[in-house]
Design a binder for this molecule. Structure first.
Ligand code: GDP
Length: 478
């Protein structure tokens, strides 16, 4: 039973309680002790095995050195909020002369390519068109790295801020070189020298100070020095990266963005990482599959093929894949379907497992009795701001001692949205709805993610139930 397992782990030098989750190593240790071979399989491993069973492999170029060709760098724009990431992405997208000549207005498809002239050569650069490091980390969390170079945007009138440092750390952790765009230099109060000094303290030393990071003063608003910024990206890529891929093989890559289009069905923007993707190819992307019916570029023009580092909007999938999931071209539709179906059933199983471990108010009570949880995370949604405030106020008055605490991680007025459920799932929170109902797919999602939503229309009742749950699980005092 559980207590003998706890005891066994204790004798092995691991202190755990019965309800605590343990890490993979502990599992393996326990298995050894019980004469079982315990193998903890990650979803990535599982997927690799699945592909292997079809004689497929994701992530390696095939062929010889001679097959490799230079590919454009893929760039993500990161930085503190309001420092101009979106503006810069827009400016770069629109300022590209070649695009204008092509006559198209660039649309948002999740990624785009521009050309820059460097030392007389036309060089292409791919931008991931979602600012911020959320997209970057979401992809990395799935084991997929799309970004070759990060542009760190720092507003010259504001300097280094918390998210600047966060973004910098993300890029460093991923081993991605950074080009600094010192933005808003059109402003009279801009102090680009100060930004250089600040970043030097974080180990990002400008070339002009003897370091190896390129800093470029720009104005996204006045479209100043954008060409210099693009040049810096190319020079950084050439100096520190060997960006080559084999275009002569079946395509593989990542899903950058995807959605369900009313007229066109599932639409996914993919970034080809190796190989060349062609109309007519059978592909599997996440749990979606199909034959590429058509491909569009960022100008909305039809294209028939996409080479490495090229983003393309793909039509013809059966289901909408998730951003950061991989796509791979396979032999035929049958194989694509088989892989997609296996993935789907596995996803469903994982969902169900996840749902079982998620917390309800009752679970929380039960786990408190065993001395595990210390904090109850709540998200409050109400019909008017007054009711939300009153609810939060009343919650803060609940006196449950020092051993447990209530933490309101988010609050707001209006219906319970998918974003609320997302946050609840990520932070193991319970959603309290006061005179509001869920909207759109929120209920369905909560169901899937195992997030509990509790509805009240009387504040007193909400407080009473939460208080009861908290009190009921207080550990006895000795
Ligand atoms: P993000 O949150 O980093 O994506 O920042 P935005 O791109 O939304 O920009 C925040 C604000 O700064 C907006 O009002 C922009 O118009 C403004 N902004 C962005 N770049 C510049 C610039 O180069 N100069 C000036 N003066 N304002 C800018």
């Amino acid at each position: 039973d559980v207590s003998s397992l706890v005891q066994m782990l204790f004798s092995l030098g691991e202190m755990v309680t019965a309800t605590e989750s343990v890490n993979d190593e502990t599992f393996e240790l326990l298995g050894e002790e019980l004469n079982y071979v315990v193998q903890v399989v990650s979803p990535e491993d599982e997927d690799r095995e699945l592909l292997e069973s079809f004689d497929l492999e994701f992530g390696e170029d095939e062929g010889d050195e001679g097959d490799l060709a230079i590919r454009p760098p893929v760039v993500t724009v990161m930085g503190h909020v309001d420092h101009g990431k979106t503006k810069l992405l827009d400016a770069l997208r629109n300022a590209n002369v070649v695009d204008k000549e092509a006559g198209g207005i660039t649309q948002h498809i999740g990624a785009y390519q521009v050309t820059a002239e460097v030392d007389g050569d036309e060089r292409r650069i791919t931008f991931i068109d979602t600012p911020g490091h959320e997209a970057f980390t979401a992809m990395r969390a799935r084991g997929a790295q799309a970004t070759d170079i990060a542009i760190l945007v720092v507003a010259a009138d504001d300097g280094v801020m918390p998210q600047t440092v966060e973004a910098l750390n993300h890029a460093k952790a991923a081993g991605v070189p950074i080009v600094v765009a010192v933005n808003k230099i059109d402003k009279p109060e801009a102090d680009p020298t100060k930004v250089r000094g600040q970043l030097t303290e974080y180990g990002l030393v400008p070339e002009e100070y003897g370091g190896d990071s390129m800093f470029v003063d720009v104005s996204a608003k006045s479209e100043l020095n954008l060409d210099k910024l693009l040049e810096a990206v190319i020079l950084t890529a050439d100096a520190s990266l060997d960006l080559r891929a084999n275009p002569h093989q079946d395509a593989q890559g990542l899903v950058v963005e995807a959605h369900l289009d009313r007229g066109r069905g599932p639409v996914a923007t993919v970034l080809v990482q190796r190989g060349t993707l062609r109309v007519g190819d059978s592909i599997v992307a996440g749990a979606g599959y199909g034959r590429v019916r058509a491909m569009l570029d960022e100008h909305g023009d039809n294209i028939t093929e996409a080479d490495p580092s090229r983003p393309a909007m793909v039509l013809g999938l059966t289901a909408v894949p998730g951003a950061g999931q991989t796509f791979i071209v396979v032999e035929d539709d049958r194989m694509a379907r088989q892989i997609a179906e296996k993935r789907e059933s596995r996803e469903r199983a994982a969902m169900q497992a996840k749902r079982r471990v998620r917390r309800t108010l009752e679970d929380f009570m039960a786990s408190m009795e065993k001395g595990a949880s210390q904090e109850l995370n709540l998200i409050l949604k109400g019909d008017v701001s007054g009711s939300v405030e009153a609810l939060e106020d009343a919650l803060s008055q609940i006196d449950v001692g020092d051993e447990v605490s209530i933490r309101v991680i988010d609050r707001g007025v209006g219906a319970i949205t998918e974003t609320n459920v997302d946050l609840a799932a990520a932070s193991d929170a319970i959603i309290i709805g006061f005179n509001v109902r869920p909207q759109g797919k929120a209920t369905e999602m909560a169901e899937k993610e195992g997030v509990e939503i509790r509805y009240y229309s009387v504040i007193y009742q909400a407080i009473e139930e939460i208080e009861a749950a908290l009190k009921g699980m207080l550990k006895p005092e000795f």
